[in-house]
Design a binder for this molecule. Sequence first.
Ligand SMILES: Nc1nc2c(c(=O)[nH]1)N[C@H]1C(S)=C(S)[C@@H](COP(=O)(O)OP(=O)(O)OC[C@H]3O[C@@H](n4cnc5c(N)ncnc54)[C@H](O)[C@@H]3O)O[C@H]1N2
Ligand code: MOO
Length: 424
Amino acid sequence: MPQPSEPSDFRPTPKDKPMPLEQARARIVDTMTPIREHERVPLRTALHRVLAEKVVSDIDVPGADNSSMDGYGYAAADMAEDGGALEIVGESMAGHPYTGSLGTGQCIRIMTGAVVPAGVDTVVMQENTHAEGDRLVVAQRPKPGSNIRAAGEDIAAGATVLAAGSYLRPSDIAVLASVGVSEVCVVRRPRVAFFSTGDELRPIDGPIEPGEIYDSNRHGLAALLSELGMEGIDLGVVGDSPEALRAAFEKAAAYDAVVTSGGVSVGAADFVLDVLGEQGSVDFWRVAIKPGKPLAFGMLGNARFFGLPGNPVSTAVTFIQLVRPALVRMAGGHPAAPVRLDLPTLADLRKSPGRENFLRARLVTTDSGRLAVDPIDHQGSGVMRSMSTADCFIVLPAAQNDVPAGEIVTVEPFAQTIWGHPVD
Ligand SMILES: Nc1nc2c(c(=O)[nH]1)N[C@H]1C(S)=C(S)[C@@H](COP(=O)(O)OP(=O)(O)OC[C@H]3O[C@@H](n4cnc5c(N)ncnc54)[C@H](O)[C@@H]3O)O[C@H]1N2
Ligand code: MOO
């Protein structure tokens, strides 16, 4: 497990064996220290934050027995048979409860959400009745006890509404509002510094010359971080020189995590690993996945360091597979296990044994109404449109060879649950 470290003399060699993905992910996630600092924020701004402490309800929800239908409330004992009649003595509306008490043979008109008064144990929906003046005829009786929502059936006073470590989704915000919570205590968002490396990279708001490219990865990374609820700190583009990298690393070391793109392979201008070795420590640098083999994981000061490969699809795949679960953990949450489906592939898949492959694909419904998966034609790790037009990965195990169309393959949808439930 990497610790805040003294500089090391790590020298990567192509002989370093790539680590299987599962092992790399477990190792990375296990080394994350969840952030302990927390802050109180208004519920209005708490979406996608992580609860630092559990929330216990002070109240029952609903607060009182209430009707789930527009209709009439009465005591079932007063209604021995279908077609029986009762005297209508008042009404209970949502926000305006009935304040009297019911006698034998009496009923009240009651609306959905209105409090059920003493003496009423059953509500009949309006459609199954007809009123004759102040007399109600119940054509068809519901079962005794019907159409009443019990006090506290959603949340009982004293119950834990959400556990510490819960990632707040819109439905959680609504639940917290339902128990009258207007402020929550949430974990400080991880501060994640990120930058691109490469002399060929240009900002997206200017021209490019032959041999130059727009720095797309930095924008992709900013979006991935912001989607995850992280505080991203954009450190720009850093040139392919050890000096430039040293200066950038010094700045980046002050944050909780650092994510970079490019310069982690074995090329003449790939210095990320060298400088990480000098200024921090490298835990491992190769993962047995395609795309995404070169990936530097280590420490820079107290920051967790993720040096992602520069090929745009490799950057995205390694972020999704390795950085995202790590940051979820760092943010005080719990990474969900990937949702995986077994589906037939509509096209042949090319695969040589060695690395686990993440092919980009789309979920489709065939003419027979069955779900299947259709791989994108161009699978190059520089073809970012293969990610942008896809909605899932086909995951082929390391030892797999070519797969003919029609075979069942493992599919990981992109729109999967990212944040799992806390384990208490
Ligand atoms: N001899 C070997 N060469 C390569 C190997 C290998 O094992 N031996 N691995 C290949 C694999 S796999 C990958 S992935 C890449 C990763 O290399 P780097 O992380 O060093 O990335 P770069 O060389 O800096 O760039 C690769 C590619 O991506 C483009 N790029 C870089 N940054 C950005 C950016 N911010 N936005 C858009 N595009 C970017 C860059 O121009 C290159 O085309 O190495 C292989 N080589
Ligand atoms: O890992 Mo590289 O990402 O195969 O292109």
